[in-house]
Design a protein around this ligand. Structure first.
Ligand code: HEM
Length: 178
């Protein structure tokens, strides 16, 4: 006697099926270009510059480099906070960003990074040269690694999930943009 074949159930992802899932267009933007994406270049570049300045002080002993590192760390931290404010507003206001777990992973990575950037600046304020070796240099190394992870993950949000992008970019009715 032929045996009845078990019926196969399709697994459903309630997040994917949610009506907000595809509402990912940036709200904190200038002419559709997300402000967060414009700002993140500054903390990324200045964090790497701080590490570079620390390494050059270690190598040359020139007192110019600890002052350069102090400014790079400070401005990088402040610009990181501004980028974080724009990113957090985006996270809370855009339903298709808010609903994805990956957005919250990026938020947690970013907040940890901002704490390290703040500490790396704060520890230098009283004595920029004395703070470099070893703790300033180690903090810069940690910050650069965390920046790489956070930045790479932010890129995933945009290029893999399309967050912050317009989903009607092929619509000829938009006409005004090419
Ligand atoms: C503190 C809270 C943060 C939140 C909630 C947040 C959220 C987001 C969101 C929603 C996106 C998708 C694009 C958009 O809608 O703008 C994004 C992209 C990105 N984020 Fe963040 N972010 C935060 C902080 C940071 C920081 C501190 C960095 C610095 C490393 C960073 C690096 C990036 C990068 C590189 C992208 C891709 C930008 C692109 O290529 O267009 N984020 N972030």
């Amino acid at each position: 006697m032929a045996q009845a074949r078990p019926t196969r159930r399709r697994l459903r992802d309630p997040i994917h099926e949610h009506r907000s899932f595809h509402r990912t267009e940036s709200k904190i933007a200038v002419a559709g270009h997300p402000i967060h994406a414009m700002l993140v270049a500054f903390p990324i570049a200045l964090c790497v510059s701080t590490l570079g300045a620390d390494a050059l002080y270690w190598w040359t002993g020139d007192p110019f480099w600890p002052r350069a590192a102090l400014w790079a760390a400070g401005v990088g931290f402040v610009m990181g906070i501004l980028a974080g404010i724009a990113g957090t507003a985006e996270l809370l206001l855009v339903p298709g960003i808010r609903i994805r777990a990956a957005s919250w992973t990026h938020f947690i990575l970013a907040v940890m990074l901002l704490s390290v950037l703040g500490a790396n600046w704060g520890m230098r304020i009283g004595d920029p040269a004395g703070a470099v070796l070893p703790w300033g240099f180690l903090a810069s190394l940690l910050a650069a690694g965390m920046t790489a992870m956070t930045g790479w993950h932010g890129g995933k949000l945009v290029f893999d999930y399309g967050l912050g992008t317009q989903n009607d970019h092929d619509d000829p009715a938009r006409g005004d943009r090419n």
